[in-house]
Design a protein around this ligand. Structure first.
Ligand SMILES: O=C(O)CCC(=O)CC(=O)O
Length: 270
């Protein structure tokens, strides 16, 4: 595990080496989570690909920085982290706001992006009214007050069984995030409409959604996929908003199969 100062924050990240000539896969996490949500996907791909995971600002062990945030703040952080790690031509795999960061990076720094895996995300998520109400609730009553409603959107009823220890663990992950970082990222989501830049994405893209996603449902993810020329679209059964937690084996195999379709390169990595 490592820490790097990029822009005005320290970002917590992890670089796992892999064979030369394979693209680096970079994982970007969602609102209210840290990079541990990718663990069960990473263990299936490590050894075959170099991998970077990181906690975006305001989440996990990364710094808060100046609040509120814009999507550009998150995009510039990831760009600076990849520059620091000497990673180029990476496959950026992002879930939800992490998927918006991935779309933004493809637009702003195409040299860093070979392909995109866009999980449970969209070019625009929610409305200003919805995000303002969420920010107000967090500021008044904290993340705990919203946790059960959020978890209903994240996970299928099968995962939310009271005897499932993982369900309680991920609830802890959500409620222990910084309320300030969470609210600051809600503001970034509120203000982001990537429709025009996402229409111009020209790298291969795999768009994936959990069939029971209550935050970014299949129809919304399909509408994003339709903006991107040649994008593939896949639905994962038995998953909600975070398939890397509920169906890591299926997601890892989808990523592996997608990467097998990409032209071979000689990608440098740190
Ligand atoms: O998960 C995200 O990054 C944003 C989408 C969202 O609102 C998730 C939730 O329903 O809490």
């Amino acid at each position: 595990m490592q820490f790097a100062t990029v822009n005005d924050v320290i970002l917590h990240h992890q670089l796992i080496g892999g064979p030369a000539g394979r693209p680096v896969i970079v994982f970007a996490n969602s609102l209210g989570t840290d990079f541990r949500i990718w663990r069960d996907v990473v263990v299936r791909l490590a050894g075959d690909f170099p991998i970077v995971t990181y906690d975006k600002r305001g989440h996990g062990l990364s710094d808060l920085g100046q609040v509120p945030y814009s999507i550009d703040d998150h995009v510039l952080d990831l760009a600076a982290l990849l520059d620091r790690l000497d990673v180029k031509d990476a496959v950026i795999c992002g879930v939800s706001v992490g998927g918006m960061i991935a779309q933004g990076l493809a637009a702003k720094r195409p040299d860093l992006v070979k392909a995109l895996v866009l999980c449970d995300t969209a070019h625009k998520i929610g409305t200003a009214e919805m995000w303002n109400a969420r920010i107000e609730a967090i500021e008044a009553k904290g993340i705990e007050s919203l946790a059960d409603a959020v978890l209903e959107r994240w996970f299928t009823p099968a995962f939310r069984r009271p005897e499932n220890a993982a369900y309680h663990g991920y609830r802890n992950m959500l409620t222990r995030q910084s309320a300030t970082g969470y609210a600051a990222t809600c503001a970034a989501l509120r203000d982001a409409d990537l429709t025009e830049s996402t229409k111009r994405i020209s790298v291969p893209a795999l768009c994936v959604v959990g069939e029971e996603d209550g935050s970014t449902p299949p129809d919304l993810v399909l509408s994003m996929a339709r903006l991107i020329t040649g994008a593939r679209y896949e639905v994962i059964k038995g998953a909600g908003h975070i398939p890397s937690i509920e169906q890591p084996e299926i997601l890892a195999e989808m990523i592996r199969a997608f990467l097998a379709t990409l032209p071979a390169g000689d990608e440098p990595h740190g």
